[in-house]
Ligand binder design. Structure first.
Ligand code: SF4
Length: 492
């Protein structure tokens, strides 16, 4: 049964019963969170089992927070830190607990996780995050082509074929596209509720031994101001991102820069793991599988390693001196090592067809990637593809939506490339089409402008998102750990 109808029941209103999306967290000193250790102990002693249950729930689900309006409060013990409350969100009313929110009143807005409200937020803040994700239009599906609806239904029965994917990718009908995006958004909600998260990427070197046709950092680009961050700079910048801004997962990215030997990379990972509670993803290109084994042993959790296209002809054309087979072999080897795999492809490459993109999507599914990283090609001066047309935002959103239909529980970030061609709207569009995470640039300002894979990289309003999506606490690290573990279980 196609689920589009559930999506469209909601109007564009902003009442508590119409909440569409959300997510977030709590930050220290921002109006909530558990009391310091001594108070916890005291409350534990006073509350016994009730405390344990509430704390356990919050502990287990800290990352998954959703704005909701408080409808009723039942607090049998004045001053007691746990109260039973009723909240209302997009799925209706729900009985939950509030934890350390003694000032909470009916009509307030909270962020809740699983069955525990963990932070009070202003209505303005709640609406701010809802506004970022709320679809703007009401969709009438009665006018849709029945063939299109049949294809769309296919995902719920596991029958979305290559031809069906091509049909979805080729549509240019505005109503069909909106329906596709809305369906993907519904699948995201059904599979992951309204959970999304924010991760960081730190580009520590823009030197590269490769010569990819689409990339401004390619070896032959003469106009690039090259830089390398020292291990001290990398470790310090990660510490700042983790301890001051609350990041819990950071991708360390560079070109294929062998100045950083295996030993140096391993040492950097070890130092970061020693000084910061953070998941490290490595995006350092084609190294030996032994290097990846050593980085894993040092503490790296994941890799960001895109295959860019599954069309060998296109791959060979734009990757001189590289081999598609070697790349795929490496990816499989990384998976066997137990890495959390982030991979993906470019949209809008020369000669690429909708059929090619359907194959790319199916390759992602076959690889069982944990994180699907896709983005539009953006031309960059001084590269062989400088005059080639950019990939479209529309196709990027369609691909995002189809990926969500096929991989309901995968992490799908909105990539900076989409934000670059769509500016501020890119994030909302991406998240409204099935994406569920954001990847913010953490490269120190002095280097950021020189990591120019393509020009005019977008960044903006990160602080608004950080306010809702990051945590400073140990608990959120554990939550992410649990989510990553679940992703492995689901994709096994
Ligand atoms: S895409 Fe990566 S490997 Fe290719 S030139 Fe750019 S930085 Fe180097």
């Amino acid at each position: 049964m196609v689920r589009v109808s559930s999506q469209f029941r909601r109007s564009g209103g902003k009442g508590a019963g119409e909440i569409k999306a959300a997510a977030c967290g709590w930050k220290e000193g921002n109006g909530g969170g558990p009391a310091p250790g001594a108070e916890i102990k005291e409350y534990k002693e006073r509350a016994g089992g009730a405390f344990q249950a509430a704390f356990k729930a919050a502990y287990k689900t800290m990352c998954l927070t959703i704005p909701a309006k408080v409808i009723a409060i039942d607090n049998p013990v004045p001053g007691f830190p746990v109260a039973n409350i009723t909240v209302e969100d997009s799925k209706g009313r729900k009985e939950i607990k509030s934890l350390w929110l003694p000032e909470l009143k009916v009509g307030d807005w909270v962020l809740y996780a699983y069955d525990t409200a963990i932070r009070k937020v202003s209505e303005e803040d709640a609406r701010e995050i809802l506004e970022l994700l709320e679809p703007k239009k009401h969709i009438d599906i009665s006018a849709l082509d029945t063939g299109f609806l049949e294809v769309l239904k296919g995902h719920s029965t596991g029958n979305l074929s290559r031809d069906g994917i091509v049909r979805l990718l080729k549509t240019e009908d505005p109503l069909e596209m909106e329906t596709l995006f809305a369906e993907a958004n519904t699948v995201r909600q059904a599979s992951l509720r309204d959970f999304f998260c924010i991760h960081g990427i730190m580009e520590f070197s823009n030197h590269c031994a490769m010569n990819c046709f689409y990339c401004g950092l390619r070896r032959d680009s003469a106009d690039v101001v090259r830089y390398r961050m020292t291990p001290d700079e990398i470790v310090g910048a990660v510490e700042d991102a983790v301890n001051r801004r609350g990041y819990k997962l950071i991708v360390l990215q560079s070109g294929d820069d062998f100045h950083y030997t295996d030993i140096k990379l391993v040492e950097i990972i070890r130092r970061i793991k020693k000084s910061s509670k953070v998941f490290i993803f490595m995006s350092v290109g084609e190294r030996s599988i032994e290097c990846y084994r050593r980085m894993k042993a040092a503490g790296a959790s994941g890799v960001l390693f895109r295959f860019e296209t599954s069309n060998r002809e296109i791959y060979n054309l734009i990757h001189p001196g590289q081999s598609y087979d070697r790349r795929m072999e490496l990816l499989k080897g990384m998976k066997e090592l137990g890495y959390y795999i982030a991979s993906g492809f470019l949209i809008g490459l020369p000669g690429q067809t909708a059929e090619d993109i359907a194959d790319d999507i199916l390759a992602m599914k076959a690889l069982k990637v944990n994180m699907a990283s896709i983005g539009p090609f953006i031309p960059c001066a001084s590269t062989p593809l400088a005059t080639h047309q950019a990939g479209s935002a529309e196709m990027t959103l369609k691909v995002t939506a189809v990926l969500r239909l096929l991989m309901p529980r995968a992490k799908i970030p909105v990539t900076t490339a989409l934000e670059t061609i769509e500016s501020e709207e890119g994030r909302r569009l991406g998240l409204s089409s099935g994406a569920n995470s954001l990847m913010f640039n953490l490269t120190p300002e002095r280097y950021r402008g020189d990591y120019r894979i393509y020009p005019n990289k977008y960044h903006g309003k990160e602080e608004v998102w950080e306010k809702y999506g990051l945590f400073n606490e140990e608990l959120s690290y554990r939550m992410l750990e649990k989510k990553m573990f679940e992703a492995f279980e689901v994709l096994k």
